[in-house]
Design a protein around this ligand. Structure first.
Ligand SMILES: Cc1cc2nc3c(=O)[nH]c(=O)nc-3n(C[C@H](O)[C@H](O)[C@H](O)COP(=O)(O)OP(=O)(O)OC[C@H]3O[C@@H](n4cnc5c(N)ncnc54)[C@H](O)[C@@H]3O)c2cc1C
Length: 516
């Protein structure tokens, strides 16, 4: 480190700059309040030596100089450009000694920490932060807005929590200490309400305004509330977050009859959990077959039988036309005019990407926030991950694809990204203890596809594999799902299964040995 005396303090009037030569390089020297600053004199926007002639001022508490040419503001302390995170100027340590200004010839640490704001303290947003910290722990100051008043927890485990198989502490993914240790500022219970894309500012409901260089939108999904009369009554709940679980548990303590609308994964898990909490539960489903998007009819019939054996009742196909009650729900009416009594109605009829904020900010959205293969939105400084996005015309409802998105998005935020997100094959498992069920890929019969089926009535085992062009395209396993991961690998790797085909239904040990 070598210091050079560049001029006397008196030669620089307060809040103005002068140009000095530092080992042949032009440096802009500023005097403001009690401090002196030294910056590269060259304005990176115009490549002209003009910064010393800029006006010194204040932008949101930060001392800056405005370039006389393009009016960009550069921070006097860090050199970052307020308007464009891709631009910055070098800053040199400066001090006053014996009435003279001294500047160090070695620039201050080159890279300035940028600001990352994440909207959504859920699974995809925080996984992105985790991946980013692993790749580039020092690149960003990270702030997170979370609508829920909690740290990040594992949403998948809400079902075992409702069933009494786990407690809240067991489902926490990032405890408060994690945020503190990693320098991540969490604004919990304070949703972001506005994104100003011109000024790159996010404002929260409590009025906190944060500037960002990069923004990640990870607002997840919103449960669909059926547009029927009575949907707003007390006792009608959804199944998305900890508050919903609390509401269901409170109802289960006071009341005895529940109706769950929706015979998909979430509805069945909620219904099973409420039965375990002592309620009489009827599942109302629009279709004649449960989990129709993941299971074929045979597997769905087996599933229904085992859930009935656990005490669940079913009303299907049935269409809800109204929720009955004055203040609190008392029942449900169906479109054939019949009705069922209930003190609790759980709407588990699907989710919709939460794009509200993105739409208000003018980002391109269809069903979800549109993102490219780097998870970048229409605005290059805004990324989106998780269930709120729409990628290649797909939206998402399971975590596996979100993990892949988080990895790719983090790599691009860290600017080490060459990776692309190209979509995912997904697999579903029902989290009802004692029921072994697995579904992955495309199990529907289609032209040119062939199906391998195994049924073992006595053991209650059913397996169905769908093959097309000598590749495994889909698998439905009921009663014995141990080989699910192997089938999934075959599918995602796109492996030619010709040699395995004859023994494919018997799992990897038998099939691989027969093929070798
Ligand atoms: C009960 C249940 C069981 C599930 N089981 C499985 C399973 O077995 N397997 C599986 O793969 N997936 C399962 N899922 C789905 C999985 O949980 C989701 O795919 C995953 O949580 C989506 O992550 P996300 O970050 O996109 O959304 P979320 O995890 O929902 O996070 C979004 C967060 O953003 C917050 N937010 C929204 N708007 C704002 C705002 N304006 N400002 C600040 N914060 C905001 C929300 O409050 C939420 O906390 C289950 C989901 C539920 C509800």
């Amino acid at each position: 480190m070598s210091w050079s005396s560049v001029c006397s303090l008196d030669e620089v009037l307060p809040d103005t700059g002068v140009c000095a030569l530092l080992h042949g390089r032009q440096v802009a020297i500023f005097r403001s309040a009690d401090s002196v600053y030294a910056l590269d004199n060259c304005d990176p926007a115009s490549d002209v030596n003009v910064l010393s002639r800029g006006i010194v001022g204040d932008v949101q508490g930060e001392r800056v100089v405005a370039s006389p040419l393009y009016k960009h503001h550069y921070s006097l302390t860090t050199g970052r450009c307020i308007e464009d995170s891709a631009k910055s100027v070098q800053v040199f340590p400066a001090r006053v000694m014996d009435g003279r200004i001294w500047v160090n010839t070695e620039p201050q640490a080159a890279r300035v920490r940028r600001r990352l704001v994440v909207i959504g303290n859920g699974m995809a947003g925080m996984r992105t932060v985790e991946e980013l910290l692993r790749l580039a722990p020092d690149v960003y100051d990270i702030s997170v807005f979370g609508a829920e008043p909690h740290v990040n927890y594992n949403r998948i485990l809400l079902s075992p929590l409702l069933a009494g198989e786990k407690c809240v502490a067991e489902i926490i993914l990032h405890p408060p200490e994690w945020y503190a240790e990693h320098g991540v500022t969490l604004h919990a219970g304070d949703p972001a309400v506005h994104i100003d894309r011109c000024r790159r500012i996010v404002r929260s409901r409590n009025g906190i305004e944060l500037q960002y260089d990069r923004l990640v939108i990870a607002t997840g999904s919103k449960p669909i509330i059926l547009p029927v009369p009575g949907a707003q009554l007390h006792g009608v709940v959804t199944f998305r977050d900890l508050a919903d679980v609390d509401a269901m548990l409170a109802a289960a303590r006071r009341f005895s009859q529940a109706i769950v609308i929706g015979g998909g994964l979430l509805g069945l898990e909620a219904a099973n959990a409420l039965v375990r909490r002592g309620m009489q539960v009827t599942v109302v489903h629009l279709f004649g077959s449960l989990m129709e998007r993941q299971l074929d009819e045979s597997a769905a019939t087996l599933l229904r039988a085992s859930l009935e054996a656990r005490g669940l009742k079913f009303r299907m196909p049935a269409k809800t036309s109204a929720i009955l009650g004055e203040e609190r729900v008392t029942g449900v009416r169906f479109d054939d005019g019949t009705q069922l009594d209930a003190d609790l109605v759980v709407m588990a009829a699907g989710v919709r990407p939460n794009t509200e904020l993105a739409v208000l900010a003018g980002l391109r959205c269809e069903r979800g926030v549109l993102v490219d293969d780097t998870l970048q939105s229409f605005d290059p400084s805004i990324y989106a991950v998780g269930e709120c996005v729409q990628h290649r015309n797909n939206t998402f409802g399971l975590v596996a694809p979100l993990w892949e998105q988080a990895r790719v998005c983090a790599a691009h935020l860290a600017e080490v990204g060459v990776s692309r997100y190209r979509g995912s094959v997904t697999a579903t498992q029902l989290k009802v203890t004692g029921i072994d069920l697995y579904s992955a890929g495309d199990f529907a019969d289609a032209d040119g596809s062939e199906t391998l089926v195994m049924r073992d009535h006595r053991r209650g085992v059913y397996k169905r594999l769908v093959i097309r062009d000598n590749k495994l395209r889909g698998a439905v396993l009921y009663g014995d799902a141990r080989d699910g991961a192997w089938y999934f690998d075959l599918m995602t790797a796109g492996r030619d299964i010709t040699a395995l085909r004859d023994h494919l239904l018997f799992g990897p040990a038998v099939a691989e040995e027969a093929a070798s």
